[in-house]
Design a protein around this ligand. Structure first.
Ligand code: GLN
Length: 476
């Protein structure tokens, strides 16, 4: 296996005849097989990828090829690819195949990326540990007794375990950044609306965003450049220009970095806290201006997130009724019984809990007390960020309060599990982008991530600073 530092380097090596894309694919397929116990993939496209590799290789050699030529990408099994299974790791969709392709995936394919398979995740992207999947748990490659994080656990593991070059995940409340942190890779959640959601199975439509996991900043910039932009099929996608992220990341940018004091209080593990403080010291030594700031309404984040997303989910998941597609109960003498039994038998307990919570907060008499109040909280949390970004360019926080926890450690306590999203959900409430940087390790070698946040549509600043950190501060 010839190694390469990022996909531009890979293309160069293929062009010079030093690397064959077919053998690169064979290498990944073998490794996926050898690491089957990690359970990162729901489906592997072994039949398709070798011939695609051959045709991309000849394109590279002919000098006319796409921006992501030869990049081997796994995608979370909540994204549609025509004629392929789309299960959302749920029993209710176990036999379902997509009839069209998600815009993000089409864009990757159009730039000659190679889609190697679909990754495991929490059912309908609801979870923080990948323990809610009908396909079973995913193991963290750094320590297989621990969770990889969630909900995009399989996508994080596919990259961290060296099973592909990059992967797509989705982030409604941290599902890219938190698993990236637990597994020690880069994970970017773009601004809401930067990337089309067409072909993404909806969880909470006003929160969901699609982003990527990679081993380096250059690749994540290249992917963002390809998947961003207006899409007529998603009215919430933005028509703002898409910068040439991958070309511009090495341009100088010396940000003022804000540290929100509320993110360093109760619940943060001592080891993560120390690692972040060391990292902040390193920034200062590199002449980066660091400033304490306040996000005063942080305490409402988790409550607002879990009220609003469950409300949206209860509505989005109403379509899985056994009538139109997916699992249908055999025990269904009346229509109502068919709905009831299909949903009871085929949805997992976390998904049911969220549908019930969401239905409750939207129901008459409770709407004002919960849903409307949470919408107000969302606004003041967004205002906190707007105010903070008048003083600083970027905000730095821990990505998660702890390192990857043990499988089973939190699965019987939903509230404890929800609290592990404490630092990530605010970005989705505010619609701003965030990235996880694999910044440190604890004494047992478990990854510790830092999260950087920027104003909406300032991904270029996030990426420039991440690139600076990657080149100057990370001990590789
Ligand atoms: N862990 C969070 C949740 O369970 C985030 C999920 C996500 O971002 N998809 O809702």
């Amino acid at each position: 296996m010839i190694s390469y530092s990022n996909n531009f380097d890979k293309i160069e090596k293929v062009r010079r005849g030093e690397l064959s894309l077919r053998s690169n694919l064979e290498y990944f397929l073998k490794k996926i097989e050898a690491k089957k116990n990690l359970n990162a993939f729901n489906f592997i496209f072994n039949e398709d990828v070798l011939s695609i590799a051959d045709s991309v290789e000849s394109k590279i050699k002919s000098g006319s090829y796409g921006k992501l030529a030869g990049m081997v990408i796994a995608v979370k099994d909540v994204l549609a690819i025509k004629n392929k299974p789309l299960t959302c790791s749920s029993k209710i969709l176990q036999e379902f195949r997509s009839i069209y392709t998600a815009t993000v995936i089409q864009k990757l394919i159009d730039e000659d990326a190679i889609i190697i398979g679909k990754t495991n995740c929490d059912e309908f992207a609801m979870g923080s540990s990948n323990e809610n999947s009908a396909f079973g748990n995913v193991l963290n490659p750094v320590d297989e007794s621990r969770v990889p994080g969630g909900s995009s656990g399989g996508s994080a593991v596919a990259v961290a375990g060296g099973l592909c070059d990059a992967s797509l995940g989705t982030d409604t409340g941290g599902s890219i950044r938190q698993p990236a942190s637990f597994c020690g890779v880069f994970g970017l959640k773009p601004t809401y609306g930067r990337v089309s959601r067409f072909g993404l199975t909806a969880f909470a439509s006003s929160f969901d965003s699609i982003g990527a996991f990679t081993n380096n900043v250059t690749d994540v910039a290249a992917i963002l450049e390809v998947i961003s932009g207006k899409d007529e099929n998603d009215s919430t996608s933005s028509n703002k220009d898409v910068p040439a992220y991958s070309k511009e990341i090495n341009n100088h940018f010396s940000p003022v970095v804000g540290i929100p004091k509320e993110y360093f209080s109760e619940g943060l593990s001592v080891e993560v806290k120390n690692a972040i403080e060391n990292f902040i010291e390193q920034l200062k030594e590199n002449n980066i201006t660091v400033k304490e700031i306040s996000l005063p309404n942080t305490e409402y984040t988790i409550a607002a997130y879990y009220i609003l997303t469950t409300a949206e989910a209860s509505s989005n998941l109403a379509r899985y009724d056994g009538a139109r597609y997916g699992y249908r109960s055999q025990d269904s003498s009346t229509l109502l019984q068919m709905y009831n039994n299909s949903r009871s038998e085929a949805l997992g307990s976390e998904v049911k809990r969220r549908i019930m919570l969401g239905t409750y907060v939207l129901s008459s008499g409770y709407y004002d007390a919960y849903y409307r109040k949470a919408q107000k909280a969302r606004r003041i949390i967004k205002n906190d960020f707007d105010e903070a970004f008048t003083q600083v360019d970027l905000i730095l926080t821990p990505t998660s309060p702890t390192v990857a926890f043990k499988i089973g450690e939190k699965s019987s306590d939903p509230l404890e599990m929800y609290l592990s999203d404490i630092y990530t959900t605010s970005a989705n409430l505010a619609g701003i982008p965030g990235i996880n940087i694999p910044a440190a390790k604890d004494k047992d070698g478990l990854p510790i991530g830092i999260q950087l946040l920027s104003p909406q549509f300032a991904e270029l600043n996030l990426l420039k600073f991440s690139y600076f950190i990657e080149k100057n501060l990370l001990n590789k």
